[in-house]
Design a protein around this ligand. Structure first.
Ligand code: HEC
Ligand code: HEC
Ligand code: HEC
Ligand code: HEC
Length: 230
């Protein structure tokens, strides 16, 4: 009995510890961009969290990669894609909008603080301007700056159609357990025909409670096994 109570107490403490270290949401995560901003940028951003990626009005309507998007469309079109897989399928020839949304910061050269519609009135510039006036970029760290030197050949294929059966891929209506709001593989797919794997298939940029913004914690390779029957 005593051991059982101790065990229960330890479980409760562990659970509390885990939930305070990571909580769902942008606040407190690496995507709380104002955390790394100087005073000028903070003031221009009005300490907002969402403005770095979304705006309620005058969003970038040419850009279909993410909803009410507040960043200029990245101009880099020279990313080297993964190419052909063992199953003989080939990635798109250039990066699709859904992944461009991420690469418009994670390429390591674009401005983290580039937006088209700054907070307040009269701060709209369709070509984009830097909150606070000075361009801020991501450190050129190989793992963070995905596509650094335009190279996506050493990353899990993106811009690839999900073909059930190839690479042990499960049927598209497969139920996902412990994937938060994502109930089936279909809900992970992106692109104009909602049939491709893009960054957002594995990552939710607002979900800090799985670590590394993953859609589900990858302990035991649970993320990989969501799609691949291996
Ligand atoms: C670092 C960039 C970034 C920040 C900051 C950000 N978002 Fe997003 N958001 C995205 C991207 C990218 C998508 C598209 C993701 C996808 O393909 O599933 C998205 C999608 C969404 C969606 C639709 C899909 C869903 O998850 O329900 C909502 C709603 C949303 N964001 C709300 C917010 C709000 C509110 C904030 C501020 C608290 C915020 N976002 C901050 C990048 C961001
Ligand atoms: C507005 C710029 C911006 C956008 C857009 C953006 N990120 Fe980030 N992301 C960052 C910054 C800044 C960091 C922190 C970098 C650092 O630690 O130096 C980061 C960190 C991360 C990390 C590492 C988290 C950690 O805990 O170490 C992952 C994973 C990530 N982003 C994935 C994504 C994905 C996937 C998308 C698109 C769905 C995306 N990001 C869109 C700016 C952005
Ligand atoms: C097939 C799933 C998948 C896709 C697609 C994917 N990622 Fe990831 N990503 C992961 C996993 C899993 C990790 C954690 C890796 C680990 O723990 O070693 C990760 C880690 C990261 C990290 C953190 C790396 C580090 O070492 O800190 C960043 C940043 C990131 N991804 C960005 C992206 C971007 C940007 C894209 C699209 C260009 C993308 N990811 C596409 C699964 C994926
Ligand atoms: C959202 C679904 C999804 C998730 C999650 C996912 N994959 Fe994939 N994976 C794919 C698709 C689609 C392909 C392309 C298959 C093809 O057409 O050959 C692929 C291909 C691969 C390939 C074969 C590449 C080649 O050149 O043949 C490997 C290896 C792989 N994935 C490993 C992983 C690992 C490891 C993880 C977890 C970190 C992971 N995948 C998570 C969908 C996914």
């Amino acid at each position: 009995m005593k051991t059982r109570n101790l065990f229960l107490a330890a479980t409760v403490i562990l659970a509390i510890g885990a939930s305070s270290a990571f909580a769902y949401g942008v606040k407190g995560s690496k995507h709380e961009l104002i955390a790394g901003a100087d005073a000028n940028e903070r003031a221009a951003a009005n300490n907002e969290l969402c403005v770095y990626c979304h705006t309620p009005h005058a969003a970038n309507s040419e850009f279909k990669g993410a909803p009410i998007w507040n960043k200029p469309t990245p101009t880099n079109t020279s990313f080297q894609m993964y190419g052909t897989t063992l199953a003989g399928n080939t990635t798109e020839s250039s990066v699709g909008d859904a992944s461009k949304a991420c690469l418009s910061c994670h390429d390591g050269v674009s401005g983290l603080n580039a937006v088209i519609n700054g907070p307040g009135s009269g701060n709209y510039d369709p070509n984009g301007s830097y909150l606070g006036g000075t361009k801020r970029t991501m450190a050129l760290v190989e793992n963070l700056a995905i596509g650094m030197r335009n190279d996506l050949t050493n990353d899990h294929p993106i811009g690839i159609i999900y073909n059930p059966g190839d690479a042990g891929l499960k049927p598209i209506d497969t139920t996902l357990t412990n994937w938060g709001a994502n109930k089936t593989i279909a809900s992970l797919l992106r692109g104009p025909d909602k049939n491709r794997v893009e960054c957002g298939s594995c990552h939710d940029p607002h979900n800090s409670d799985t670590g590394l913004f993953l859609r589900t914690n990858n302990a035991g390779s649970a993320l990989c096994l969501g799609c691949h029957d291996k």
